[in-house]
Design a binder for this molecule. Structure first.
Ligand SMILES: NC(=O)c1ccc[n+]([C@@H]2O[C@H](COP(=O)([O-])OP(=O)(O)OC[C@H]3O[C@@H](n4cnc5c(N)ncnc54)[C@H](O)[C@@H]3O)[C@@H](O)[C@H]2O)c1
Length: 344
C-alpha cells in the first residue's frame, strides 16, 4: 500500500467538507493500493480536534507544525485574505498545493503570488469545483462539438438561500469576487473565450448589515465576450426556493441548460406543469457534492503526478480580473473594460 499524507488548513464551512471528502477517497483508492492520510490544523483548535477525531485524522497545533510534518500535499481552506501567505508557505516546502478560490482578495494582491509560484516552480490547483460538475462538463462537450450552432447568449445564475455570516462577507471581497467568480471562471473555461467588458448593478433589500460592510446582496453583470457574444451573470444571497445554480446557453441550432433537473430551485407558472418535482438543493455543498469529491480526487492525482493541473492560478486570476471589473462597474456605475480594470 502506498501512503500519501495531505495536510489541510482551515476547518470551517468548506474545510470540513474537503476533509470529509479526502477521508472518503480511501474507499476508492485502497483497491488501487493507495492510502491517503489526513492532518488538520485551524486556529479554532478545539473544533478541529473534534473534526480530526471524527475522521480518524491527526490534529496539528499550527500551520508550521503541519508543514514541518512531511506532508505530500497541502489543502488551504482558510478565509481568502490568508491565501497568499499560505500558498507561499506550501510552495516553499516544495509540495503541490490546493487552495480554495480566489488566489487573493483582488487581482493586485494575486499577481505577486503568481510570480512567486512561477519563480519557485510551484504547483497550485485552485478550487473552482464546477469544472468537475457533470452538467458543466456535458455543456462544454456540446459547446465544443458545435451542437448548439453559433452562440448568441449565455445566462449564468448563482443564488444562495441565505447569506453567510456578515463577518465572512466583510472579508470576502464582495459578491462578485466571492460568488460570481465561479460563473466568470466557468464561462471562460466553457467557451475558451475572454470576457472583455462588464456592466454591473447591485441591490440591497435584505439585512442592512450587508450594505454596512460595503457589499450587495443581489447583483447582475452584463458581460461581453471577445467575439461579441453577450452574457449575464446574476447572483443573490436570498433565494428562498433553494440553492440555485444554472447556466443557460442559447445558440442558432439549440439550447442547453446546466442545473435544470428535478431539483432545480424554481417552479413553472404554466398550468398543469409539475416539473421540477424534487426537493431543491439547500446549499452549495449539496449542489456540488459530486464536483467537490471529483475535485479532491483530482488533487490527489496531481499529488501522485498522475495528471495535469485542472485549474491553474492563472485561470483563477483571469476569472478574478472579471470579478474586479464587475466590482469596479458596480462602484462607478460605468461599463468597465476587463483589461483596463483598476487593480491590474
Ligand atoms: N469553492 C467553493 O464553492 C467555496 C465555497 C465556500 C467557500 N469557499 C472559499 O473557501 C474559503 C473559506 O471559506 P469558508 O466559508 O469555509 O470560511 P470559514 O470562515 O467558515 O472557515 C475558515 C476557517 O479557517 C480558519 N482560519 C482562518 N485563518 C487561519 C489561519 N491563519 N490558520 C489556521 N486557520 C485559519 C478559521 O478558524 C475557520 O475555521 C474562502 O476563501 C472562500 O472563498 C469556496
Amino acid at each position: 500500500m502506498k501512503d500519501i499524507t495531505l495536510g489541510l488548513v482551515g476547518v470551517g464551512r468548506i474545510g470540513v467538507m474537503h476533509a470529509n471528502n479526502i477521508a472518503a477517497l480511501n474507499g476508492v483508492l485502497h483497491p488501487q493500493g493507495i492510502n491517503v492520510r489526513l492532518r488538520l490544523t485551524d486556529v479554532a483548535a478545539e473544533h478541529t480536534r473534534a473534526v480530526a477525531a471524527g475522521l480518524g485524522a491527526e490534529f496539528l497545533p499550527s500551520v508550521e507544525a503541519l508543514l514541518g510534518s512531511a506532508i505530500d500535499g497541502l489543502v488551504i481552506a482558510t478565509g481568502t485574505g490568508t491565501h497568499p501567505e499560505l500558498i507561499r508557505a506550501g510552495v516553499d516546502v516544495g509540495i503541490p498545493v490546493f487552495c480554495e478560490k480566489p488566489v487573493a482578495l483582488n487581482v493586485a494582491e494575486s499577481l505577486p503570488v503568481l510570480d512567486y509560484i512561477r519563480a519557485n516552480k510551484g504547483t497550485v490547483q485552485i478550487g473552482h469545483q464546477r469544472r468537475f460538475d457533470a452538467g458543466y462538463l456535458e455543456a462544454k462537450r456540446a459547446y465544443e462539438g458545435g451542437e448548439l450552432g453559433w452562440i448568441h447568449s449565455l445566462r449564468a445564475v448563482t443564488c444562495d438561500m441565505m447569506p453567510p455570516p456578515v463577518e465572512f462577507l466583510a472579508t470576502s471581497g464582495g459578491l462578485f469576487r466571492d460568488c460570481s467568480v465561479h460563473d466568470f471562471d466557468i464561462l471562460r473555461w466553457l467557451t475558451g473565450r475572454e470576457i472583455v467588458e462588464v456592466y454591473a448593478k447591485g441591490s440591497n433589500k435584505g439585512d442592512p448589515a450587508i450594505g454596512g460592510v460595503g457589499d450587495v446582496d443581489t447583483a447582475l453583470a452584463v458581460v461581453t465576450f471577445d467575439d461579441g457574444t453577450l452574457g449575464s451573470v446574476g447572483a443573490s444571497r436570498y433565494n428562498g426556493a433553494g440553492h440555485d445554480v444554472r447556466l443557460e446557453i442559447q445558440g442558432s441550432a439549440g439550447s442547453l441548460m446546466v442545473g435544470l433537473d428535478e431539483k432545480a430551485a424554481l417552479a413553472s407558472a404554466e398550468p398543469g406543469v409539475g416539473f421540477p418535482s424534487g426537493a431543491s438543493h439547500r446549499t452549495f455543498a449539496e449542489r456540488f457534492d459530486q464536483a467537490y469529491r471529483s475535485e479532491m480526487a483530482a488533487f490527489v492525482e496531481l499529488v501522485l503526478g498522475q495528471r495535469d493541473n485542472p485549474c491553474t492560478p492563472e485561470d483563477a486570476v483571469a476569472a478574478s480580473r472579471v470579478a474586479d471589473a464587475a466590482q469596479e462597474s458596480l462602484e462607478t456605475g460605468l461599463a468597465v473594460r476587463v483589461a483596463a480594470a483598476v487593480n491590474i
